[in-house]
Design a protein around this ligand. Sequence first.
Ligand code: HEM
Length: 334
Amino acid sequence: METVLSRPLKMTTTGLDASLLSFTGSFSSARKFKFPANIRLTVESGCKTIKAYSSTSNDDSNKNLMCASYGRRGLVFKATLPFLLPLHNSIEGLDANAADEYFLIKEEVKKVLSKGKAAGVLRLVFHDAGTFDMAENSGGMNGSIIYELDRPENKGLKKSLKILEKAKSEVDIIQPVSWADIIAVAGAEAVSVCGGPKIPVQLGRVDSMVPDPEGKLPQESLDASGLKKCFQGKGLSTQELVALSGAHTLGSKGFGNPVVFDNSYFKILLEKPWLSSAGMSSMIGLPSDRALVEDDECTRWISKYADNQNLFFEDFKNGYIKLVNSGARWKKSL
Ligand code: HEM
């Protein structure tokens, strides 16, 4: 069996973060986690040929060589791509290689993602990225969630990661992708498939090889000032706290249709249905959702988003981009 170090070493194409190469840390602790160990084995079998070309540059001739070595599926992808060019060329601001990769990841994610799975996948993004601690410069969007699935706050996320495992192994056959990148793209797709804004995601995050420090995600029992403080520590403003909390419009907490991404969350928050004794109203929302609408500054944003869905979409998009870039280490500097 290969060690957990083998995959990142194979990713040493150009400019891989030097700190990762010099990693000598706790393999034994990483091995303890059953889920990632399985993932790595799957990835290993899919990536055999990458090894031979991993130390070369990323130019086009090289990509053709790589595709040749990936066998039929790689060739089919390469051959099909020109017909899809009008689509993938529309990914603004990306060079051709990055656009290819982005397109490939999105296509594989779309194959495994349905509306019913979107909420869990979006939550996965927050639980990977939301560990970021600016002061300690730790955590963030680094794929470390794969080592943290047994933590109580991550209950239920194993199945969301399992869904993405298939997409990741398919992408890995053509071009290795980090967990951090695939989760970030998948969360954006989850929003989009449910009718939310289209969110462009920068690629090139390097995965961490160890779990992030514990206790960094906000607890649902926090009041508004606790939530604000927690988000501030991650470089996120009150406005971003409110906009990003709008993700709870998806899922089963009672904010409208569980598979439709819209501004129902804010409309329903303003009604405070949990104060009513009628039916299931008292079950709506988490304590942290209810806390937001008890705070004047948060309520100003809640009202704006309840009145103007386009503004919510725009601010959610920008907040999401910031979230998935939090604490990320990049193959190449941005
Ligand atoms: C503000 C602080 C936050 C707290 C305290 C919090 C906590 C929680 C909790 C306790 C749940 C319920 C999990 C369950 O059903 O077992 C949940 C669900 C969810 N959270 Fe958050 N969350 C926060 C912010 C966010 C952010 C910023 C996002 C994404 C941008 C997010 C995305 C989601 C989604 C999509 C669900 C529904 C999951 C499902 O139904 O499968 N959350 N959150």
